[in-house]
Design a protein around this ligand. Structure first.
Ligand SMILES: [Zn+2]
Length: 348
């Protein structure tokens, strides 16, 4: 597979991990910290929703499509943001067809004054165990060659699931001290699940923590989450990828101080602006728009955005967030092809 003297001397795993820290690579990495599952991929891999949220072998098989079909450098087997919520006691509707995303239907706490009770057997709860078992399977089949990214929600996103968006946002104004205490408590959930995924074989972790500008001012990030994110990246023994969709330019200067290896950004921020704001303190992942380009655009339109992201110095090229389920596979395949084309052109 690897020829002596080939310009491509890195395994996908090494390329992905090197790019996470902004290091030397034989080609810019292609990958995603969030789901690349599509209905078309489910058909191709014979692994569909909702089983892919609930059965470890189906979950792992669908995840392997990222490298088998899309030629990405990493695999990420968690397709929703509901696994932790379900384990903490929220009612989750897992859906009944391949084009339906799971949804949290009930909160565990009605008021920000209530504590989220962490079950003693959290890691043994089925929605958590399925992720750990899927990572073990992927590690065995792909782990020497392809990077395996786990996913553990950050405390802000856990609070949104447990209390509901409104309750959390009101607390930023009415009860800032109580909210800080809640986030500190929920950080333990991120740590516990993150550590278990590393032990199962994940070599990087996506931390979605949706402190988007669509919901709150940038200081909410710096006051509540920056210190917690700094601790998380010190306490979890692998590179972390922070994921925040929506507008994030106004908080990127804080995110760049978090010590996170990488920030998975939304194309509501241009690649150039993201690079300028992040400087060289944090790697950037993404660059391709989901709702218009990947879902409705052509492979040529995808290639154009890939090339713009590479021109701006984005280290890891991929979708900006979990892809819409009806995204055509040809557009996801176009990402790695466009990176290869860009590199071939620049190498002459
Ligand atoms: Zn997202």
């Amino acid at each position: 597979m690897y020829e002596l003297g080939s310009r491509r001397y890195m395994t996908p795993k090494r390329r992905f991990l090197a790019a996470l820290y902004g290091g030397r690579v034989d080609r810019p990495a292609v990958g995603s910290a969030t789901s690349v599952a599509t209905v078309e991929l489910m058909d191709e891999m014979e692994a569909s929703f909702p089983e892919a949220h609930l059965d470890p072998s189906v979950m792992a098989r669908l995840a392997s499509g990222a490298c088998e079909v899309f030629h990405m450098d990493n695999l990420m087997p968690v397709y929703s943001v509901t696994q932790e919520a379900a384990a903490l006691g929220c009612h989750v509707n897992w859906g009944s067809s391949p084009d339906e995303m799971p949804e949290v239907r009930s909160r565990v706490c009605a008021s920000i004054d209530d504590d989220v009770k962490m079950p003693d057997d959290f890691l043994a709860k089925p929605p958590i165990r399925v992720v750990l078992d899927a990572i073990r399977l992927l590690r065995k089949d792909y782990g020497d060659h392809v990077s395996i990214t786990g996913k553990a929600l950050g405390p802000w996103s856990l609070a949104l699931s447990a209390y509901g968006v409104e309750e959390v946002l009101i607390a930023t104004i009415d009860k800032p001290e109580r909210l800080a205490q809640v986030l500190r408590g929920l950080k333990e959930v991120t740590l516990l699940f993150g550590r278990a995924q590393i032990e199962a074989g994940a070599d990087s972790l996506c931390i979605p923590d949706h402190v988007t500008a669509d919901l709150c001012r940038p200081e909410v990030y710096s006051e509540y989450l920056l210190p917690i994110h700094f601790e998380l990246q010190q306490q979890l023994d692998c590179p972390l990828i922070l994921h925040i969709c929506g507008h994030s330019l106004d908080r990127l200067k804080y995110i760049a101080q978090s010590g996170m290896a990488c920030f998975h950004y939304d194309t509501k921020v241009s690649a150039k602006d993201a690079r300028r704001a992040a400087g060289d303190k944090i790697s950037l992942m993404g660059g391709v728009n989901n709702p218009s380009t990947l879902l409705f655009g052509s492979p040529e339109a995808v290639a154009k955005e890939v090339h713009e992201a590479l021109d701006a110095g984005i280290e890891m090229i991929g979708p900006e967030c979990a892809v819409p389920l009806r995204t055509p596979n040809r557009n996801l395949k176009a990402i790695a092809l466009a990176v290869d084309e860009y590199v071939a052109r620049s190498e002459g």
